[in-house]
Design a protein around this ligand. Structure first.
Ligand SMILES: Cc1cc2nc3c(=O)[nH]c(=O)nc-3n(C[C@H](O)[C@H](O)[C@H](O)COP(=O)(O)OP(=O)(O)OC[C@H]3O[C@@H](n4cnc5c(N)ncnc54)[C@H](O)[C@@H]3O)c2cc1C
Length: 406
């Protein structure tokens, strides 16, 4: 890596920075890649335009899927197979003995629950007997269930699923902190040509950056970057969601999927805390996917009805609700389907990535790392990074009071 200051014909000063790899975007994909590439010896710089985790990552439910949820048809799918190994990789990192040290990240729950309504039990028998489910899901006895499912009005069955749930902001923090000197907060990118481009940093300084490889990990921002770089492929698809948050009168934190009639859970509940320490339930699943055509008010009414039918014993009179619109950014699939695996595509030294799931970030980083090693991408001699504007870490949506508009 080299650093110097150059002047153009008008004597405007630009700082010059030459690195092996540049990554655009500091969500889970970019930060996991940054950590792995630096560990492997590549001089790597990450550029973030908003704040770390500000895209989909902070909206995620933090579930480290092992694929069980996707085997609801009773069959193994490509999706469930590629994701099978993820909980172990993450658990090793969380215990400080994996490929990265995530021991400072917060595990919200070691496992999740799945529950079913009595009417669905017979239809789901194939699922509970399937290979992927056996040994990974156990029926929970009444007294060991979360308190919400101990109410005598609850008639369904509860299973414990061996997949952890993490607090996304703490994962971002754990990944970013050791690499902060290699993360630049930028305002915009200009003048892209080949392996060279200019960025304006948050402090107004201009940097002329060259890199042997450019990795796009900017989530939804990949499309605009590709366009700016004169590329038409790979194409992106957006899958919008309207998530729901509720607080007030909730008995406990809950991490559970309610099984429904489709491949997607009818509702997925994860939990967090607002700035005052109140418990917040964050509701996704089919409710969020189907909710995109509803207004915020209609979506809240739908969410209320769902919870009232599933847990009528809760105190609904004190609850406060809000909705969040967020797009999942993914490689384009036939008929807009959900991609089965993480994705990368290289054209002329630009590698575009979408992990497609938080859980698959290690898989994506591994694939990209293998590719760089195979191509003998340069590993320049280690050097201190120069001083530049550093990025901050995004808040979780339920901790932003202005999101609670209802
Ligand atoms: C509501 C919701 C719930 C989810 N729940 C789960 C779950 O429970 N488990 C799971 O495994 N997956 C889940 N996912 C999927 C998962 O969150 C995403 O696949 C993952 O977070 C994508 O990470 P990313 O780093 O690719 O993108 P993002 O998190 O979107 O990050 C992109 C980053 O790039 C930055 N950026 C944008 N443009 C530029 C630019 N021009 N220059 C520099 N930086 C730029 C953004 O500011 C942002 O920081 C969920 C997704 C959503 C939306």
């Amino acid at each position: 890596m080299t650093i110097m200051t150059i002047s153009d014909s008008k004597n405007n000063k630009a700082n010059q920075l030459n690195v092996d790899v540049v990554i655009f975007g500091g969500g889970i994909a970019g930060l996991w890649l940054l950590a792995r590439l630096r560990q492997a010896g590549y001089q790597t710089l990450l550029l973030e335009i908003e704040s770390l985790g500000a895209g989909q990552t902070r909206y995620s439910q933090g579930i480290i899927h092992g694929g069980t949820k996707y085997a609801l048809t009773g069959k193994l799918t490509a999706s469930s197979e590629s994701i099978f190994a993820m909980p172990k990789i993450w658990r090793d990192c969380l215990q400080g003995k994996g490929e990265l040290d995530l021991s400072s990240a917060m595990v919200l729950s070691e496992h999740q629950y799945m529950w079913s309504t009595p009417s669905l039990m017979s239809r789901l028998s194939g699922f509970f007997a399937s290979r992927i489910v056996r040994g990974r899901m156990v029926a929970v006895k009444k007294n060991d269930r979360p308190a919400v499912f101990q109410n005598k009005k609850f008639k369904g069955k509860v299973y414990q699923l061996d997949e952890p749930v993490l607090e996304a902001a703490s994962v971002i923090n754990a990944l970013a902190t050791p690499n902060m000197n290699n993360i630049m907060q930028i305002k915009l990118m200009t003048k892209f040509s080949e392996n060279q481009f200019n960025v304006e940093a948050a402090d107004g300084e201009t940097w002329n950056i060259t890199a042997e490889k450019i990795i796009l990990s900017a989530g939804k921002g990949n499309a605009a970057l590709l366009k700016q770089m004169g590329r038409t492929v790979p194409e992106m698809q957006l899958r919008p969601l309207q998530m729901v948050m509720v607080r007030g009168g909730l008995p406990e934190k809950l991490y559970a999927h309610c099984l429904g009639a489709s491949v997607n859970p009818r509702i997925t509940i994860t939990s967090g805390e607002d700035k005052q320490g109140n418990i917040v339930w964050y509701l996704g699943g089919q409710l969020a996917e189907e909710g995109i055509h509803r207004t915020s008010k209609e979506q809240i009414n739908k969410a209320k009805k769902e919870l009232q039918s599933l847990m009528p014993w809760l105190n609904f009179s004190v609850m406060q609700w809000a909705t969040l619109n967020i797009d999942r950014a993914e490689p384009k699939q036939k008929e807009g389907q959900r991609p089965a695996t993480s994705f990368y595509f290289e054209e002329n030294n630009i590698i575009t990535t979408w992990p497609t799931k938080l859980a698959l970030a290690p898989n994506l980083a591994n694939d990209v790392l293998k590719r760089l090693e195979k191509q003998n991408v340069t590993k320049s001699a280690a050097m201190e990074m120069p001083e530049f504007s550093h990025a901050s870490i995004a808040d979780l949506p339920w901790q932003e009071e202005d999101k609670w508009q209802h």
